[in-house]
Design a protein around this ligand. Structure first.
Ligand SMILES: *Cc1c(COP(=O)(O)O)cnc(C)c1O
Length: 401
């Protein structure tokens, strides 16, 4: 057995099989590159599902984490700590909002947004108790908790996990008329990804997000944008909503907010909305801990310069310039995306998304398929143009184009 085979067998022996990883065992990583236990290097075109927007081993993030490790890492929210105020102030500023509620994982932040919307509905909008409805979109991905999978339309994510949490209705993504028809007097929120990542990097039709914004404002409904994957530079803007000049009522953030170092998520909104919480009504032992705040503060500082957004814009234009011509040529059915983020639908004649991922692995490129036939390309935003071009050469090679 090779060391890779040993590593995989050992992992499979004592872990639940809720993932099907590619056959590579990573030992170290730096920038856009990962090295496996045999010393072989791979270009990372997944970037931890966009949790690694600033690259592996980012110096600024590691220095911030190291410095904080030596000071204090956890206080719980029973006490104040000296990084908390800065984190909330800076993140609110970055979002152009007023209040921040920190959590850890993305799913927790989505749960927090759901609770926020319901409480806002009862206390501010005046919805009768127990009747609040939240509208979501088909093919959504918002996380894995029992409530969140209750409103998933993906049978794999949902089946066998009932009974399901009521109070959600799903409508086709990108269809404003369907959304308008679903809004009623008990609707408290519309929860959407401005670009659907897990669904295959689906960009809604132009005008959809502004339409959602107008509809929700007119009907006194909160617009909650789950920017956990689309936000923090990935699309060339701090938030994907910005491409259409849309400002939602609530941002849900995660993934890159922790820089790939620690899990950090947050709900960010106005005083009217997040102000509904009183002590004891919501919380998290680790949410807003000093280490998380120190790392996230560095992430926010990096985003404030606009340098990563600029890189995502420029490299993204290049990425789509290179990928676009492949669509319809026999190997690739469609290419979608925005900024340094693309979903590539592989024609079945070239094999499944998994097969293409495995052929790319053999050529030193790491990607992961989504929904069978789609390859997602989302490298760290600091990837060099030469490395990106090399990765695209490997993709063209395995597709035979
Ligand atoms: C990844 C993701 C989540 C869930 O985040 P976790 O940290 O895995 O819980 C929620 N929403 C979107 C859009 C995501 O991409």
């Amino acid at each position: 057995m090779t060391s890779t085979e040993r590593g995989i067998a050992a992992a499979e022996a004592h872990s639940a099989h809720n993932y099907h990883p590619l056959p590579v065992v990573v030992a170290t990583a730096e920038g856009a590159w990962m090295t496996d236990v045999t010393g072989r290097r791979y270009l990372d075109l997944l970037a931890g599902y966009s949790a690694l927007n600033f690259g592996h081993g980012n110096r600024r993030l590691l220095d911030a984490a190291r410095a904080q490790l030596e000071r204090v890492t956890l206080t719980s929210r029973a006490f104040h700590h000296d990084r908390f105020a800065d984190f909330c102030t800076r993140l609110a500023e970055l979002c152009g909002m007023e209040l921040v509620l920190p959590m850890n994982t993305g799913a927790e932040a989505v749960e927090t947004a759901v609770k926020t919307a319901r409480k806002w509905g009862y206390r501010v909008k005046g919805v009768p108790d127990g009747r609040a409805k939240i509208i979501v979109a088909d093919n959504n991905f918002h996380g894995r908790t029992t409530t969140i999978v209750s409103f998933s339309t993906d049978p794999e994510a949902r089946a066998d996990f009932g009974p399901y949490t009521p109070g959600f209705e799903s409508v086709p993504y990108g269809d404003l008329a369907a959304l308008a028809a679903a809004v009623d007097e008990h609707t408290v929120a519309v929860l959407l990804e401005p670009i659907q990542g897990e669904a295959g990097v689906l960009v809604p039709p132009t005008g959809y997000l502004p339409g959602v914004r107008k509809l929700t404002r007119d009907r006194d409904v909160l617009f909650i944008a789950d920017e956990i994957q689309s936000g923090l530079g990935r699309t060339g803007r701090t938030f994907a909503c910005e491409h259409e000049d849309v400002v939602p009522d609530v941002y849900v953030l995660g993934k890159a907010l922790g820089g790939g170092v620690v899990p950090v998520s947050a709900v960010v909104s106005s005083r009217e909305v997040l102000g509904v919480f009183a002590p004891g009504e919501h919380g998290s032992t680790f949410g807003g801990n000093p280490l998380a705040c120190a790392v996230a503060l560095e992430v926010i500082a990096m985003l404030r310069t606009g340098e990563f957004q600029q890189r995502a814009t420029e490299l993204g234009a290049h990425l789509h310039h290179e990928l676009g011509p492949l669509a319809g040529g026999g190997a690739v059915d469609a290419v979608r995306g925005r900024g340094l983020w693309a979903g590539v639908d592989i024609n079945p004649s070239r094999g499944s998304g998994r097969a293409v991922s495995e052929r790319l692995l053999a050529r030193g490129v790491l990607v992961k398929e989504t929904h069978g036939a789609t390859i997602r390309i989302a490298p760290p935003l600091m990837i060099s143009k030469a490395d990106l071009d090399w990765g695209l050469d490997q993709l063209r090679h395995v597709l035979g184009v």
